[in-house]
Design a protein around this ligand. Structure first.
Ligand code: 3AT
Ligand code: MN
Ligand code: MN
Length: 529
């Protein structure tokens, strides 16, 4: 039974008001967050409001149209309602310029998922100012993406077992999930989780400012990516919310400081929870490490607060845990420096040094001859890289395998099969890289190759004293197993899709992984070896 005096699964650590110094560093933190351009302009904020109003009206019109088509009276069709909820960074209040608005369209039971794609999607295409409207009905969470007045908007839909959706409907009641299609339950989840997070923090403004800081830091340090085994947006939000619960009267600068120290010392796999895990009315799995071995394997469990409770950090591996922990340590030292006046907030947000950090890297190169196919193939390969990392973690003398959080895309214009083969292998000569689309136009036997290269940094144990010769690193087993695994994709086609894994020295990294001026000149590179 929860103590009503506080939010969370334990009492706060401290209920003190923040000190003057904590208030001072909060002011400089907010100045730095503005300088770093994490806030949108007042104009953009006003456009978002306008877009949301129009979208809400459109959803109501959609529900009315479908209701009439189903033979409802005009009065009943008007009463059928329909409502949009937002989730994601916009709902949390931590979105930046250019962020999308994640919306959930909630419709009554007589409006179907087919209607959403066959009626609502065309209505959206007709909407003034709407461009790039694209529906993906077959996705795990079916979605329509669009841009409205220049603002990207994602639309999910959930059909509730209700004959009308009133404007004051809340999604908090678990019983709303009864008898719903699984896709509707999944679509509702994001919104329900965000609502719970906001309900469970003592001061929403402090939470938002702290989360903005943590999101910027994690992005710059390249540890913000759920697919690659790091924490994603929901996990970072839950972590910050938990620290806010532990210090209910602290200002953002104090929360951020406690955040890094507490997370660095956290006794994983003890889970991070915002409230006790609840059972509910559905026959669905709730996170439970005592019951399920897969849940027991979670290394840094961060549990979502809406029923059914799930682990937001399922993808974390031994390597990504080590990397994230090391970043908590670095950050806590910088923030200590900020408090005593020997460091500035901007140092916290310094760019990662992934491409300077390791002597050896793996390149995972996915390639096709078609732009649209490339998106799917590269996405499939990326979603399996975690499996390669886990296999590498078992290799003798490898300390860790560090996946980078994004792939590097390239289009190469090739004059021959031989060149195409070279590109697929990652051998891109100067001649190929300089060639443009015009250079190969109307020439026979020429074609474009689309490639996406992912990187894994390899930390290798130092040579033991007394041992002669270099350490041998045998990664052939993990890489062979990995290529076999990605080729098991149901749409894999040997004749149109390429996958290559190869290891390179740091000196062999291509220029496109560096910002202009970031790379040391070749001569300096040699000296530092
Ligand atoms: P941005 O400010 O938009 O970059 P965000 O946290 O809002 O940050 P997203 O818009 O990508 O990030 O995602 C919002 C939520 O939507 C997070 C997750 O619950 C859900 N989501 C994101 N991508 C997918 C996906 N591919 N399938 C299902 N749900 C997704
Ligand atoms: Mn978003
Ligand atoms: Mn989105």
């Amino acid at each position: 039974e929860r103590d009503e005096r506080y939010l969370g699964v334990t009492a706060p650590i401290s209920t003190h008001e923040s000190s003057d110094r904590e208030k001072e560093v909060t002011i400089t933190l907010m100045e730095e967050l503005h300088r770093q351009n994490t806030f949108e302009s007042a104009e953009e904020a006003a456009t978002r409001e306008l877009v949301l109003g129009r979208v809400d009206a459109l959803v109501k019109k959609f529900v009315r149209n479908v209701s009439m088509k189903r033979g409802l009276s005009e009065a009943a069709a008007n009463a059928a309602g329909g409502k949009i909820f937002t989730f994601g960074s916009y709902r949390l209040g931590v979105h930046g310029p250019g962020s999308d608005i994640d919306t959930l369209c909630v419709v009554p039971k007589h409006v179907s998922r087919e209607d959403f794609f066959e009626v609502f999607e065309p209505m959206l295409k007709e909407l003034e100012g709407a461009t790039e409207v694209a529906g993906i009905p077959e996705a795990y969470v079916p979605i329509i993406t669009a841009s409205i007045s220049g603002i990207p908007v994602d639309f999910l839909m959930a059909r509730l077992a209700l004959s009308s959706i009133p404007d004051d409907l809340s999604l908090q009641d678990d019983n709303l999930l009864r008898n719903l299609d699984e896709r509707c339950v999944r679509s509702l989840n994001g919104s329900r989780v965000v609502n719970e997070i906001l309900r469970l923090v003592p001061d929403v403004e402090v939470f938002r400012n702290s989360l903005r800081c943590i999101k910027l830091w994690a992005t710059r340090r390249a540890i913000y990516s759920n697919v690659n085994g790091f924490f994603g947006g929901v996990a970072w939000a839950i972590l910050v919310a938990r620290i806010c619960q532990l210090y209910p009267n602290a200002v953002a600068g104090a929360i951020v400081s406690r955040f890094f120290i507490i997370m660095f010392r956290w006794t994983w796999p003890q889970p991070v929870l915002l409230k006790q895990i609840e059972e509910g009315p559905l026959q669905v799995k709730v996170w439970n490490p005592r019951l399920y071995p897969a849940d027991r394997a979670h290394r840094m469990p961060i549990i979502t607060p809406a029923y059914p409770a799930m682990c937001a950090t399922h993808n974390v591996t031994q390597s990504t845990q080590m990397i994230t922990t090391e970043e908590f340590k670095r950050a806590s030292e910088i923030v200590d420096g900020v408090f005593v006046g020997t460091a500035s907030w901007s140092e916290l947000f310094a760019k990662h040094d992934f491409f300077h950090k390791y002597r050896y890297y793996l390149q995972v190169i996915a390639s096709t001859g078609d732009a649209e196919l490339q998106i799917k193939w590269a996405g499939t390969v990326e979603s399996r890289i975690r499996q390669l990392v886990m296999k590498l973690e078992h290799v003798d003398s490898l300390i860790l395998a560090h996946p980078f959080i994004k792939g590097f895309e390239r289009v190469s214009y090739c004059l021959s099969d031989e060149e195409m083969h070279m590109v697929a292998q990652g051998d891109i000569s100067d001649a190929i890289s300089k060639r443009t689309k015009q250079d190969i136009e109307d020439k026979e036997g020429c074609s474009a190759v689309y490639s996406t290269t992912f990187y894994i940094g390899l930390a290798i144990e130092p040579k033991q004293p007394g041992l002669v010769g270099p350490r041998r690193l045998d990664i052939s087993y993990p890489t062979t197993e990995f290529t076999k695994l990605v080729k098991m994709w149901e749409k894999y086609d040997d004749s149109t899709m390429g996958i290559v894994v190869r290891h390179i020295r740091s000196s062999g990294l291509p220029d496109d992984v560096f910002d202009p001026g970031e790379r040391q000149p070749k001569s300096a590179q040699k000296r530092s070896k």
